[in-house]
Design a protein around this ligand. Structure first.
Ligand SMILES: N[C@@H](CCC(=O)N[C@@H](CS)C(=O)NCC(=O)O)C(=O)O
Length: 207
């Protein structure tokens, strides 16, 4: 039984490595440069037709979309304290924050990152970068509201929802948004990234 994570540091594939490190589930990585030739190759498109990372190959079952992969791995291996049971009253809030990290925050952070750093300079539109930043900063205020009472998004402690959201804060940092973050959010990011599992997942092995 082999679980292979298609990994391009420092992309969203870090989320999957981080979760697997927290869960203690063994895995292998196929590591390559983000936006390099392999990502547009026929070989990779056969794995992930969206040509994005992450993707996984779990003993022949191939999946993409980082948060869906996280939910799959938690369901398959048991949550190991990283997610409430569906019967738990915190399950709904847990799902909300898990998805907020990608569906709620991702478009704004990515818009800002793209128009500030990723697109060729001639294609960057300052108004798009600003719209992304303003909307992402509103997301940070929402997080600060939740984090003013707790160290993590759930009152019960660190969960997979924190992996989803804290990873997006890394992209917000790359986009220059975190320098405007409220103190509870910067303290939260530092808390999450102090974990040994983050350090292993975010280390950049040779591609
Ligand atoms: N919603 C997708 C987003 C995937 C995504 O956009 N990945 C980025 C890296 S973080 C990527 O592959 N970018 C390469 C490109 O757009 O060419 C997920 O969560 O997996």
């Amino acid at each position: 039984m082999t679980l292979t994570v298609y990994h391009a540091p420092p992309s969203r594939s870090v989320r999957i490595l981080w979760l697997l490190e927290e869960m203690g589930v063994p895995y292998e990585t196929k590591t390559f440069p983000i936006r390099g030739d392999y990502m547009t190759s026929d070989d990779f498109r056969a794995i992930n037709p969206t040509a994005k990372v992450p993707a996984i190959d779990d003993d022949g079952l191939i999946l993409f979309e980082s948060v869906a992969i996280m939910e799959y791995l938690l369901a398959k291996h048991g949550a190991k304290g990283l997610a409430p049971e569906p019967s738990d009253r915190l399950y709904g809030p847990y799902l909300q924050w898990l998805h907020y990290g990608e569906a709620g925050m991702g478009p704004y952070v990515t818009m800002c990152l793209g128009h500030r750093r990723l697109l060729p300079e001639a294609a960057r539109i300052p108004a798009m970068a600003q719209w992304g930043e303003d909307s992402a900063r509103h997301c940070l205020d929402v997080l600060a509201g939740q984090l003013s009472a707790h160290d993590y998004l759930l009152p019960t402690g660190f969960s997979a929802a924190d992996i989803s959201v804290a990873y997006m804060l890394l992209l917000a940092k790359f986009a220059g948004i975190m320098k405007h973050a409220p103190e509870p959010v910067t303290a939260y990011f530092d808390r999450c990234t102090a974990r040994e599992s983050w350090k292993v997942a975010s280390a950049s092995p040779e591609a």
